[in-house]
Design a protein around this ligand. Structure first.
Ligand code: DGL
Length: 321
């Protein structure tokens, strides 16, 4: 029996278009999805993979423009689509895909396969990677092997866990970290899986979330001047700080007086915030983001704030998700 797979599109480079000849300058989200993944390609993929493919266009934006309203709309439409399909492929820009993928990983209540993809190059580039990525995502979305692994992403035949996915290169085809498997000979092969709870095993439910808290991120360098920041519009803040998430003493003193929830994480790639570092979290009322980088810590904190403002419970969420 052919699997039913729906493709939900939101834009990104994959529907981008070069603005001038051989120049690499382009604009995202300028083409229709049909101009990228033609009806003929859709028919070919359906035949080779023995799947039924439907396509619904949700947005056509660069993912750097994906705001909380877009994110809620996307998640609610993915939830709805997952009720009538075995798998959902989401076409998404790569700039903020690590955030959208993790949000979906936390709030979707479904056992359907959810797979994001996009492209690093435009269709009019000699190295356009979009069609191969769509094909790879369709394979994973229709694979029994992908069941119950949480939300996934596929680029360049590599399969990534939404929990570990980060964009780590601005131009390369292999621009991501967090790989847990591969697409090989039209099959999804997995070597690892995330140890963190997701989808059906979280208390966050997109059906119950209609607004997301305003969580801002500040990046902290040496000689940081905390007086430049106005947190009056923020419900909470992620402090993306140095090394083991350390802050200059003046900033520590000022920021610890903020009457909003404060989560500290590290700007290093090998992120893991230890409790016994140079900062007494209890004294300064900080929550630790553990191994989550700032982009994902913000997503989890928004989900957490949909449930509670209790710092101890939220620290428990950071330890669990
Ligand atoms: N405008 C960026 C985005 O939509 C380009 C990155 C991409 O899609 O590869 O995320």
């Amino acid at each position: 029996m052919p699997k039913n797979i729906i493709i939900l599109t939101t834009g990104g480079t994959i529907t981008g278009h070069k603005t001038a000849g051989l120049s690499s300058t382009y604009e995202s989200a300028k083409l229709s999805f049909d101009e990228v993944f033609s009806p003929a390609l859709k028919k070919l993929a359906s035949k080779i993979l023995n799947i039924n493919i439907k396509i619904t266009n949700i947005l056509n934006i660069g993912s750097q423009d994906m705001n909380n309203q877009h994110l809620l709309k996307l998640a609610k439409q993915v939830q709805q689509a997952s009720k009538q399909n075995d798998g959902v492929v989401i076409i998404h820009g790569t700039d903020s895909i690590e955030e959208s993928a993790y949000f979906l990983n936390l709030v979707l209540k479904t056992s359907a396969n959810i797979v994001l993809t996009g492209s690093m190059h435009t269709k009019d580039s000699l190295v356009f990677d979009g069609v191969a990525n769509i094909y790879g995502a369709l394979i994973v979305a229709s694979s029994q092997n992908a069941k119950n692994l949480g939300v996934l992403a596929v680029f360049d035949n590599k399969i990534y866990s939404a929990r570990q996915l980060y964009k780590t290169h601005s131009r390369s085809l292999g621009a991501f970290s967090g790989q847990i498997g591969m697409v090989v000979d039209n099959k999804a092969i997995f070597y690892f899986q995330s140890s963190k709870d997701h989808t059906l095993n979280t208390p966050f439910d997109i059906a119950q979330i209609n607004k997301l808290a305003k969580v801002d991120v500040i990046y902290i360098c040496a000689d940081f001047n905390e007086k430049l920041y106005d947190f009056s519009q923020s419900d909470a803040v992620i402090l993306c700080a140095m090394g083991n998430a350390n802050l200059p003493k003046n900033a520590l003193k000022t920021l610890s007086k903020l009457k909003i929830l404060k989560v500290r994480t590290s700007r290093t790639n090998a992120v893991d915030i230890s409790k016994d570092g140079e900062i007494d979290d209890e004294k300064f009322d900080f929550i630790r983001a553990n191994d989550l980088a700032a982009s994902k810590a913000r997503i989890l904190l928004m989900c957490a704030l949909s449930q509670t403002k209790n710092a101890e419970i939220i620290q428990g969420f950071f330890d669990r998700f």
